[in-house]
Design a protein around this ligand. Sequence first.
Ligand SMILES: [Zn+2]
Length: 495
Amino acid sequence: MKKRNVFKLTAFLLLLCFLLSAVSCTIPFLKPQENEPATDSETLDKEEQNPAPVEDDDEEDEEPPKKEEKKEEDVYCELQKYTIIYPNNGDLALYYTAMCLSDYFLNELAIEIPYKTDAQAESAYEILIGRTNRQASLAVASRYLQADEFLIAKSENQVVFRGNNYMCAGAAGYFVKNCIEKIDDVYAVHMNTLKTLNTASALTQKWEETENVILLIGDGMGRNQVLKTVSTGKIRVWEGDRLPGQAYCTTRSRSVELGSASYTDSAAAATALATGYKTINGYVGLNENKKSVKNVRELAEEVGAKTAILTTDKITGATPSGFLVHVDDRNNTTEIEKQQKAITDAGVISLCKGSLGDSLFDYTREDLWKVSKCGSRFFTMIEESEPDHGGHNNDMDAVVLGVKRLNECVAYAAAFTLMHPDTALIVTADHETGGIELGTNGKYHFTVSTHTNTNVPVYAIGSGIDTLLAEDLIDNLDIARFMASVYGAEAWGQE
Ligand SMILES: [Zn+2]
């Protein structure tokens, strides 16, 4: 290009720049940031000469710090100095993310890092989860993030996580993997691995190959059991609704297909989920020809995964039994106990516990860290049985209690899954109980005291769930096949 042309172009750009400045000062919506009036005239000029998409701006902003980082000394802050801070507003996703991160430090690094609400006085060493009242959290509170994105940044020695729904736990997973180092037996945050509030850009959650499955079952929990619970105000949000994967699932057993029963029972439903075979109501771990068929817990155990089964029901109940034993009568408690004892005596199961009641959550927490310890592969099934009992007895309080308890487990397991990106979390029911419907008076009511064929909801997050939930309506055998594929079974269950 000739010098004269360059001069002309420069003059033209300056004119354009002047005109744009005039326009942007008079028309507010043309300003780049509504809440941040651009005070630095240099930055303003730059943006207007180059009115390109946001990404280019980021690059310009990022470059100077990168150069500085090369000269910068490595800065480490001792992990032990930190407190995890979450907002004091009752958002379960953020509360359980804080708890789960603290549990990671305790279980994997043997360090006690407390988690407290932002009502606590501010300190220099804080890990801030979501929109806390701290200045550093507020500075990034309006940054737009996609559903699968999170933000992680530093402000002096504070570390800031931001994300929608469960994505702060994605930031927690990123943090423990990339930002913590052990130096002379002391764990420290390597501050140079974190960008500043201004330079940090959104990161996308990265899932790894699926190695583990967490299966949460609400026995008898249809969609209306969930909606009823939300309507009582006893839970603010059903945490399943905040997970990215959602579908419905058909539950019929072989007995239903043969016309010998109207709906599945929990034994056949658990057998379908665990073994991939539709069977006769009452059978546990057997196909319709009474042949013993392998369950997913046994398969996981074979490939070296740690396994655990938890329930609020009796441990000899039909749902846990589907993942443990092989018996042609779900009521043959003597045989079920005998077979279970053989499993626990052999020491091949990490946790196997029933009748947990309100301690289901505490055991869920213990379970997840126990089976995943030191990067071990795992499979766990955790059941809340109260929605089924409530359905049979037409006791709405029992239904609500069960859904509420399961909701806490969903919240914690979701945070845990984001911190273990090789894990799939599936939340579903074995069948619906009580035929709960919404009446014209706007109230939920039972229509029967039995199970029904109503499709049950499925909620999921984690590695591989897009494959599982490719369709909006799946069958319980699809869940079985997906889980078995995680542990290497190419063909699983019936054709
Ligand atoms: Zn039942």
